[in-house]
Each structure stands twice: as C-alpha cells, then as structure tokens.
Design a protein around this ligand. Structure first.
Ligand code: TMP
Length: 209
C-alpha cells in the first residue's frame, strides 16, 4: 500500500468536538494503511513562524485588539507558510499529512462566524490556488456542548470566549460546506468516544482507497 499517492487528511470541528483523540486514531489508521507515520500538523501553527502567529491569534491583547480582517490575514499567513514549507514537501516525497484544522476553519470561523465570507473566499482562492485536502472529517457538535467540554479543560482563549452565536454561525457554515462537497464527511461528535471512533473507522475504511 505504501506505493499509493500520499494524501492530505484533515480533522475539523468546533472547540470540544474531540479533535485530539480523533487525530490520534486517524494517525494510527493512516500508519496501518500506508506503512508509514503521517506528518501531523495543526493550524494555526506547524512551522516556527506559524506557531508565533498561533500565539497572536489565541492570546488577547487588550491594548491592541485584533480586528477581524487582520485576524483573517494572520490565519492565511500561517496556513500558506505551513503548506509551502511542510505540507506540499511531505506529500511530494510520499508522506501522508494529517491536519488538525485547515482552510475549512477559516471559512467557518472568519467567513461564517465573523461574517467575512467574500474576503475569506478571495484570500483563500489567491493563497491556496486550488490546493485542498483529499478528505476532511468534520466532527459536528452543538456549540454549547463543545464549549462546556472545552471550559472543563481550563481557561478559554480569545476565540473560545466569543459569544455562542459566533459558534452557531461557524457550525452552520461547516455543515453547509460539508453538504456541498463530498470530500467533507460529517461525524456526529455528540456521541460517546467509542461511537465517534467507530464512525471515523467506517468513514476511513470507505474512503482511504
Ligand atoms: P485549536 O486548534 O486549539 O482548536 O485552536 C485554534 C483556534 O483558532 C480555534 O478557536 C479555531 C480558530 N481558528 C480560526 O478561527 N480560523 C482558522 O482558520 C483556524 C485554523 C483556526
């Protein structure tokens, strides 16, 4: 199986959807499938510069609040750096890549949540030029449930502190993109971890060919 073309698989979802445990499971499934561990990335982040941007977007600075458009540009600066320096080189040398978030997060959070869809789409088109994951698993959860789970893990960051309507809009956007693109599979993340993992196994068994 290792001779098959390396793929870019992405896990997406609102806070508290269970991305981390899904990433661990999918990493194992890809390793078994391709006979090699994938490179795991996170967004924003994954290169030294992109990790600095992660801090800029996650930590609030009351003296210089981040405006929505600047936030959007920072996510794309981090993403293009990661694609160019990590994701594309890995795929080119035959290594699978497993992403914890990618472009769909910007469409959902900045496009849907912040109401900046035209800006997000134009930056996305200009920066990514058609590059997209082979497969995305979107872990769907009600924002209230997810945020309660996230809050139980510790203090909420700048984005996690947004009002609930922001996450409602982000969720609607995730679901509307999933409905229009058969490379995005919706996983019901409100179930038990065992049930969620079973859905992921079934989805990947049918799609990792
Ligand atoms: P997380 O990966 O630990 O969930 O943190 C990333 C945060 O950044 C999360 O609140 C979602 C948000 N985000 C966006 O708003 N837009 C993006 O494009 C990405 C990648 C993340």
């Amino acid at each position: 199986m290792s001779e098959k073309k390396a793929k870019f698989i992405v896990i997406e979802g609102l806070e508290g959807a269970g991305k981390s445990s899904a990433v661990a499971l999918v990493k194992q499934i890809i390793t078994d499938h391709s006979n090699k561990e994938p490179i795991c990335t996170r967004e924003p982040g994954g290169t030294p510069l992109s990790e600095k941007i992660r801090d800029l977007v996650k930590i609030a600075d009351e003296s210089d609040p981040l405006c929505d458009e600047a936030e959007c540009l920072l996510f794309y600066a981090a993403r293009t750096q990661l694609i160019s320096n990590v994701i594309k080189p890995a795929l080119a040398e035959g290594t699978w890549v497993l992403g914890d978030r990618h472009n769909l997060s910007s469409l959902a959070y900045q496009g849907g949540g912040r109401g900046l869809m035209p800006l997000v789409k134009s930056i996305s088109d200009a920066c990514l030029q058609g590059f997209k994951p082979d497969l995305t698993l979107y872990l769907d959860i009600e924002p209230k449930l997810g945020l309660n789970r996230a809050a139980s893990r510790g203090a909420l960051d700048r984005i996690e502190q947004q009002e609930i309507e922001f996450f409602d809009r982000a969720r609607e956007t995730f679901l509307s993109f999933a409905a229009a693109d058969n490379s995005i599979l919706v996983i019901d993340a409100s179930q038990t971890i065992e049930q969620v993992h079973e859905q992921i196994r079934v989805a990947l068994a049918a799609n990792l060919v």
